[in-house]
Design a binder for this molecule. Structure first.
Ligand code: FES
Ligand SMILES: [Fe+2]
Length: 366
């Protein structure tokens, strides 16, 4: 019997600056990209600055409390407008160079020592970026055209993230954040996330609590909901056997003692357990490096308990993540070899293949 061999993307896709430049134009600046939580920007003037594949964006709320996003650059001579990653301003964003001021809707409202008739303020406002939220997660779209609405875009996604809406993820609160810089192309991290053939070798602690992973499979074939059982009896990503009191809405008993993983294209990992969610954001910093920002979210009822402790979940997830970063960096070091042109996908690498097919479609390489 001959099996049809499925190839990975070509090796050069993981290190060539030219491929990265094409990804910036066709993918990062055209797709909805996950950038944070709405709880970081809840009132007028509160802001955060984020990076989308090399483009700085300022996100805030205007006087009416509506989300607004702008390129983080001054219209006068192109200075970066705002350095802080998070903060709050009363009414305006003031450029540190010549003190031009922009209001919360991005309008240029003051140009010190430059008279009103010297420049046309009405066309010199901050340049807007599309912003929207889904389940409390903030997304940006840098397209110059009107993009497909965020929820419709998620609806067409290969991993169907809308199935998680029943858990009301917007109710969750972030209690801990971590940040790591990984010397690997962003696609290597996603491909690693989308398969579990490596789990028995790379994640000895994880396979002890999720027996399905011991078989090298990402999912349990006897279940249709995509969940895999935790044998600890717990309700979190942890080897801690305690079940927490608060379980996510829409979860029955089996779901509460399971975990669900989802890769939301292009840059989000959503890991859902009975009582908490881990949201991971990949920020590419060129073809060879990726910043990984992870947020640990819990139920407000759980956080309010006097014995609430998020640390076991954080410690366990960071241990597993560190193991993934090490093998991803190993692939990055190997992939430039003259002895490697592309890899292959066995059957259990189905999700990796799906990601590649989606990528090829978005990049018009299909
Ligand atoms: S560059 Fe911003 S005020 Fe001059
Ligand atoms: Fe892994």
């Amino acid at each position: 019997m001959t099996t049809q061999v499925r190839h990975t993307l070509p090796a050069t896709h993981y290190y060539s600056p030219e491929q990265y430049a094409v990804e910036q134009q066709h993918l990062w600046y055209e797709q909805w990209v996950f950038v944070g939580r709405t709880e970081q920007v809840t009132k007028p003037g509160q802001f955060l600055t984020v990076d989308v594949a090399g483009q700085g964006v300022l996100i805030t709320r205007n006087g009416e409390g509506e989300l607004r996003a702008f390129y983080n650059v001054c219209s006068h001579r192109g200075a970066v407008l705002c350095d802080d990653t998070r903060g709050e301003t009363k009414a305006v964003f003031q450029c540190p160079y010549h003190a031009w001021c922009y209001d919360l809707d991005g309008e240029l409202v003051a140009t010190p020592r430059v008279d009103k008739d010297e420049v046309d303020r009405s066309v010199l406002g901050l340049k807007p970026v599309h912003v929207d939220d889904w389940q409390g997660f903030l997304f940006l779209n840098l397209s110059r055209e009107t993009p497909t609405p965020l929820r419709d875009s998620l609806d067409g996604h290969y991993d169907s993230p809308l199935r998680f809406e029943k858990h009301q993820l917007d109710r969750l609160v972030t209690v801990h954040r971590t940040e790591s810089v990984v010397a690997a192309n962003w696609k290597i991290l996603i491909e690693n996330y989308n398969e579990c053939l490596h789990c028995p070798i790379v994640h000895p602690e994880l396979v002890e609590v999720v027996p399905t992973y011991k078989k090298g499979m990402t999912g349990d074939r006897s279940r249709e909901d995509g969940g895999v059982a935790l044998i600890t009896g717990g309700t979190s990503y942890s080897d801690d056997p305690r079940a927490r009191r608060a379980v996510l809405p829409g979860m029955n008993d089996e779901m509460a003692h399971s975990i669900y993983g989802s890769q939301v294209f292009p840059n989000m990992f959503l890991d859902i357990a009975g009582s908490n969610v881990v949201a991971t954001r990949l920020v590419p910093e060129g073809p060879l490096q990726t910043r990984v920002l992870t947020e640990y979210l819990f139920m407000p009822e759980d956080i309010a308990e006097p014995d609430f402790d998020h640390q076991p979940v954080v410690d366990f997830c960071e241990l597993v993540a560190g193991q993934d970063y090490a093998v991803s960096e190993r692939v990055q070091r190997g992939i430039t070899s003259r002895g490697f042109a592309h890899g292959v996908y066995p059957e259990k690498d189905d999700y990796v293949h799906q990601f590649n097919e989606y990528y090829r479609t978005v990049m018009n390489e299909a």
